[in-house]
Design a binder for this molecule. Sequence first.
Ligand SMILES: *Cc1c(COP(=O)(O)O)cnc(C)c1O
Length: 423
Amino acid sequence: MNYDAFFESAVQALQDEKRYRVFAELERMAGRFPTALWHRGSDSREITVWCSNDYLGMGQHPKVIDAMASTAQRMGAGAGGTRNISGTNHPLVQLENELADLHGKEAALIFTSGYVSNEAAISTIAKLLPNCLILSDALNHASMIHGIRSSGVSKQVWRHNDLAHLEELLKAAGRERAKLIVFESVYSMDGDIAPIEKIADLADKYNAFTYIDEVHAVGMYGPRGAGICERDGVMDRIDVIEGTLAKGFGVMGGYITGKKSLVDAVRSYAPGFIFTTALPPGLCAAATASIRHLKESQVERDAHQRQAARTKAVLTAAGLPVMPSETHIVPVLVGNPDLCKKATDILLEKHNIYIQPINYPTVPRGTERLRITPTPFHNDELIVQLATALVDVWQTLGLTFETPTLMDDDMVLRQQIFRAAGG
Ligand SMILES: *Cc1c(COP(=O)(O)O)cnc(C)c1O
């Protein structure tokens, strides 16, 4: 048995399919986001990051950094154990209280990451319910699918955001059977939003339990940053709201919120919660500072929406194939893994712009894309720079442009961009 050969051929298979992943080694610079240093061997140079999930730049917010550093100074770097043994620290409990309040729920429970929270909570909830049937949206995140698989219960997949299909499956299962509906609020690759209220109506009608992933919405939507459920006034209609501290809140960790009985059951039964070390106090304090700030401040959310809308408008004016998106996420279609990788290589090498290519299995084959995430820190000048670089890439690779119908201002902008791109 030649073990090495198996690993090498597994990686070679990805290379043959042109979806072998290469990471850019970055050094983020607090206070200068979205500028970062790109390290390559002993070389380094400044680039602009256009694919960060630190959507609001909270990872460099002075209040957040101060909370992390000062708490670590006072309480040390680590938690000192799993929560069952010795890891429950005061800032962790404060953070859970903050999150329960944010989502208007009785209780919250923190996990090491959003991924772990989905895996641990979904699998545990489904296992505890007798003869449970999971109804899962077709575009659910890998962490939710992992949770569903490890529960071992039966599942049915409903077509993405298709209420009629969901209702058909609910009806077939009957009111008496335990049913867990799992879905997301903002789908992170297309940037579309679930019809949450109508899903809640169906859940009521057929007596189902609901679990939503608000990972790409917390911090960013709703008057206090609790997400789309808050924006739409339906937080109390969903049984479990799951989120991350790593995207809009800019730090790290995952959580669920819900009724005390549910949270206590997951706390007591989920191996992914029980057998792993608690988050360190500094991290918890930083997350709390971020959540508290975004509960009060609308500035970041407004600027975020504005710059995302501006990015879509400018890229569209330049004739780039911006995919329709209702949110802050700006996907630009390439439709081929090799060209997608080449496009991002040229962006980085020639234009000092970092965008990671998004290939299968993150998105379906044939829909390979650039996933662009503007933040409040991507100003109008950077947006025009991005459009100009993309036009150059599209011309270099012979990718197809669209011909948008434009108002006068956008025509002028379009001419400027093409002139700057030398086309
Ligand atoms: C990123 C992501 C997660 C995982 O969150 P982490 O905190 O990064 O582990 C869960 N769900 C969705 C939809 C995500 O995009």
